[in-house]
Design a protein around this ligand. Structure first.
Ligand code: TRP
Length: 339
């Protein structure tokens, strides 16, 4: 029997989900839940590096879980859970950390970007990639769907798994990690990052990458009025109504991801022919937004009124995830001499 491909990813629950999160990652997660055994978790331990308010942390975790279910995650198929419900992750985090070179962590984006922006670094932020590697390795994940900014972290997980295997498995050959040609297999499985071609890095309303830290997001679940305000304030240039519009334009890029191909043709035609103003396209975008996300927005409202249901999904998810982590952590403990 061929084992199902194990797919794993996490999202930080450090803020409101926005269009960039959806088209950069979440949409891909939802597609992949049909292709293998998918595990998705709310990275609430990682969020502790930025969210310093308990009530807010709890609330964001619950909201993120509700959002995933509302957007189409099927809890009967995919496993949805809270990172902090799996103690095995923290155990592997420590053990793995003993083979991680500091030099790797010093050049990790999570650390470099934030310190460059003047966020003072603490141990949690420095060790962020080690926890992420433990997340990935503890379930024996094959594939890790991520946005482009996270590829480096998945590569670290591969490197450290290799280093761990070399350290603790006598005769381990990195060229034969599964032990298919006579070598002993590794204890930790090597994961692969998967970035879908269609995974877009979306621009925010000011033209920079859409990101919570730039304050330029369009939130998936914001109030109608706020969504409208944000869309109407998308930065445009002074191209006249009748003139063709430049394609390097936030509005155009957002319309492109949110419009089905048959309707998109007409937009592309008028965009390059001229005749419509940016105001018209903003109205179109607002309509598209509601057409795509209103069902999920309504479902999320229902779920937030029924916290017990979300809790049930997360508890059940944690139980299933721990079943997968158990054998891996047992092998790790044996391998290093703790058991
Ligand atoms: N660091 C990821 C992010 O910021 C979230 C994350 C935590 C993650 N652990 C992970 C993603 C493991 C993939 C696999 O989005």
């Amino acid at each position: 029997m061929v084992e199902a491909m194990r797919i794993l990813s996490g999202v930080q629950s450090s803020g409101k989900l926005h269009l960039g999160n959806y088209y950069g990652a979440i949409r891909q997660f939802l597609q992949l839940q049909h292709e293998g055994e998918a595990l998705y978790f709310i990275a609430n331990l990682h969020s502790l590096t930025t969210v310093r308010d308990a009530a807010m942390g709890r609330e964001l975790t619950r909201e993120t879980a509700a959002a995933f279910i509302a957007l189409g995650l099927d809890p009967a198929k995919a496993i949805l859970f809270r990172q902090s419900d799996i103690p095995e992750v923290l155990e592997l985090y420590w053990i793995l950390g003993t083979v991680v070179p500091n030099s790797n962590l010093e050049r990790a984006h999570s650390f470099k970007d934030k310190t460059a922006r003047g966020v003072s670094a603490d141990f949690g932020l420095f060790a962020y990639p080690v926890l992420m590697a433990a997340d990935i390795l503890v379930y024996g994940s094959d594939v890790v769907p991520v946005g482009r900014d996270q590829i480096q972290h998945v590569e670290f997980a591969r490197d450290w798994a290799t280093k761990f295997n070399l350290t603790y498995v006598r005769g381990y050959d990195p060229a034969d990690p599964l032990g298919k040609s006579g070598h002993p297999p590794g204890i930790l499985k090597l994961p692969e990052a998967r970035v879908q071609e269609s995974t877009a890095v979306l621009p925010g309303i000011d033209g920079q990458k859409m990101s919570k830290s730039y304050g330029n997001t369009i939130d998936l679940f914001g109030p109608d009025k706020e969504i409208k305000k944000r869309i109407m304030s998308i930065k445009t240039d002074s191209t006249p109504v009748e003139a063709p519009k430049p394609v390097d334009n936030v509005l155009f890029q957002l319309l492109k991801v949110m419009t089905p191909p048959d309707e998109l043709e007409e937009i592309e035609r008028s965009w390059s022919a001229g005749g419509k103003g940016y105001g018209d396209y903003k109205k179109m975008l607002l309509d598209r937004f509601h057409a795509v996300f209103d069902p999920a927005r309504a479902r999320r409202e229902e779920l937030l009124r029924d916290p017990a249901e979300v809790e049930r999904v997360l508890t059940d998810g944690a139980r299933r995830a721990r079943e997968m982590a158990g054998p891996v952590i047992a092998a790790v403990r044996r391998g290093v001499g703790l058991a």
